[in-house]
Design a protein around this ligand. Structure first.
Ligand SMILES: NC(=O)c1ccc[n+]([C@@H]2O[C@H](COP(=O)([O-])OP(=O)(O)OC[C@H]3O[C@@H](n4cnc5c(N)ncnc54)[C@H](OP(=O)(O)O)[C@@H]3O)[C@@H](O)[C@H]2O)c1
Length: 203
């Protein structure tokens, strides 16, 4: 982290984010809920937000939705009928096969490329998401790499140890870049969810 003259802190990658920092007019509608529990079904029965009815589907981005908990969450949310799932995955083909393997209906999901081992890929993902014109109602930072028995470390494109770079730094950047979009959401169940493992403290 780099200290800014103003007294704030600036992460090393923020210098590279200037192009992405252009923002649409922000109308903050309240505080984004953050939770650190495992994926839980949001309050899908809630049909109103601050007295307003929301008639559209929510849009949720799930990182690492090609297997495990991410895929299970994608399936549960898509099948509930109230969410369109953006599967943010590094391997498009694997993600497509995974979606088909659990019977996701085409209209309920979109696969977008995101390799968390590269901060540039995070920025590109966010740029593509903004270009899609979709709102963002929930972000699930789920993807992770865990190699406790590896004899030698591996590194991200930016030179960080892989699990630190993928599990933490890339998600930190992703959440930061998308936070204003989440704040603008008028969807009842908007939230930022970060998954973690107690074993992560040993990596
Ligand atoms: N399973 C458990 O018992 C457990 C317990 C506690 C916490 N958690 C947490 O729950 C979350 C999911 O765990 P899981 O067991 O479901 O994991 P998993 O099945 O191993 O899935 C991990 C996902 O992360 C993706 N991923 C890995 N590196 C990536 C990268 N560089 N860029 C983009 N995506 C990447 C994988 O993509 P590929 O398919 O391309 O490899 C995969 O989709 C993790 O945050 C984990 O710490 C899990």
């Amino acid at each position: 982290m780099t200290r800014l003259g103003s007294g704030g802190w600036c992460s090393p990658w923020e210098a590279g984010n200037k192009n992405l920092k252009r923002r649409r007019a922000n109308h903050l509608v309240g505080v984004v809920k953050a939770q650190t529990t495992a994926v839980a079904a949001p309050g899908l029965k809630q049909a109103t937000f601050q007295g307003k009815k929301v008639l559209r589907k929510g849009v949720v981005v799930i990182t690492g939705a090609s297997s495990g908990l991410g895929l299970a969450a994608a399936k549960a949310l898509a099948e509930g009928g109230k969410w369109h799932v953006i599967m943010a995955c590094r391997d498009f083909l694997k993600a497509e096969k995974a979606a088909q393997s659990v019977g996701l209906a085409k209209e309920n999901y979109t696969i977008m490329h995101l390799d968390l081992a590269s901060l540039d890929s995070v920025r590109q993902f966010v740029g593509s998401f903004w270009q899609s014109g979709r709102p963002l109602d929930a972000l699930v930072c789920n993807a992770a790499t865990y190699r406790p028995t590896a004899r030698t470390p591996t590194f991200t494109a930016d030179g960080y140890e892989m699990s630190v770079g993928v599990n933490h730094l890339a998600h930190f950047l992703l959440a930061n870049l998308l936070l204003e979009d989440l704040k603008k959401s008028d969807y009842p169940s908007r939230r930022l969810i970060i998954l973690g493992s107690i074993t992560g403290i040993h990596t």
